[in-house]
Design a protein around this ligand. Structure first.
Ligand SMILES: C[S@@+](CC[C@H](N)C(=O)[O-])C[C@H]1O[C@@H](n2cnc3c(N)ncnc32)[C@H](O)[C@@H]1O
Length: 309
């Protein structure tokens, strides 16, 4: 693997301008990656402030920790961000001024062919961001039932041909173990014509990756805890890259901005729910054309910002 690999931070100025409300505050980068957003936060905040970075990928931790070691305000937590509350409590931090999520995978992961995140390079079907996880892409493809494969492709990939693709995988795995990206690609590629092939492959690979890393469940849990961890005036800043992630972010923020979440048919409020957030951007922030030109990977990014009240 090429250790010099670059990951250009997406919506860098827009996210950090919205995150930092107090230069002497405590901040969390829930998805440290190669430290692009963290570096910008550290450049902006004062010496008496703190930044805590969460990351599960040991290779990313190695690179970002050496890049950011000169900043004494910085601490890395080698943990999934779904443990944000317990890990921050462990550092005696009950409240923070801002929490940033830049979801998905980094280029380090995508370009590491051995880890099998991308269909454009040959690699093992692994797809774990955290190598300590038990589930792998190979396990899913070779051992999940037809029904389960179908529902993963449909729910996490929003793939119309879910049933047919799942059926083909089940038939092929009777003949050989599907253990490389190349073998999976050959099976899936038959289900779309050349023009749409990459989109179909991207949906199937995305679906398997979400299942391997339990991405949607950990995001939901973490966002709920993050809202509770914010100080009044503190900011939640989330960059998402596909509609399933964005829907969770949007709905979680939406719910937290309401004083009542009773179903509309109930005439009097019985839920006692109180709004804990206000939206900062009603319109989603997206990359400018010039950012997309410089970094095409940013094209699907959506930034949402909310403030604790
Ligand atoms: C898009 S990259 C972040 C890039 C980073 N902002 C930068 O500028 O270098 C997302 C990172 O979050 C990590 N990650 C994804 N889900 C995570 C989770 N649940 N807990 C901790 N880290 C996670 C991935 O391993 C990846 O390195």
């Amino acid at each position: 693997m090429d250790q010099k690999i670059e990951h250009i931070p997406v919506l860098l100025n827009e996210s950090i301008e919205n995150l930092i409300t107090d230069k002497s505050g405590v901040y969390v980068d829930a998805t440290l990656g190669l430290g692009g957003h963290s570096k910008k936060i550290l450049d902006e905040i004062n010496d008496d402030s703190k930044l805590i970075g969460f990351e599960v990928d040991p290779k990313a931790i190695l690179i970002s920790s050496s890049k950011l070691s000169k900043f004494k305000q910085f601490t890395i937590i080698k943990s999934n961000f779904d443990k944000i509350k317990v890990e921050l409590y462990g550092l005696e931090l009950n409240k923070v001024n801002g929490i940033l999520y830049d979801l998905g995978t980094s280029n380090l992961e995508l370009n590491d062919s051995e880890r099998g995140f991308g269909f454009s390079s040959k690699g093992n079907l692994d797809m774990r961001m955290d190598p300590n996880l038990k589930n792998t892409a190979e396990n899913i493809v070779n051992n999940y039932s037809l029904e389960k494969l179908k529902s993963i492709f449909f729910e996490y990939g929003e793939e119309r041909m879910s049933k047919q693709i799942a059926q083909a995988i089940v038939e092929e795995r009777e003949k050989y173990t599907i253990d490389t990206t190349e073998k999976l690609l050959k099976i899936v590629a038959k289900f779309s014509n050349y023009k749409y092939r990459n989109k179909t492959l991207a949906r199937i690979f995305q679906a398997i990756r979400i299942e391997v890393n339990n991405e949607l469940n950990v995001l939901q849990k973490s966002l709920t805890e993050a809202i509770n961890l914010l100080k009044t005036g503190g900011r939640l800043v989330v960059i998402s890259y596909h509609s399933l992630e964005d829907r969770i972010v949007k709905n979680t923020i939406q719910k937290a901005t309401k004083n009542c979440i009773c179903p509309p048919e109930i005439p009097i409020c019985v839920c006692d729910h109180k709004a804990s957030l206000k939206k900062i951007n009603n319109k989603i922030i997206t990359p400018t054309l010039s950012e997309i030109k410089k970094n095409p990977q940013s094209r699907s990014a959506k930034l949402r910002v909310a403030e604790k009240i």
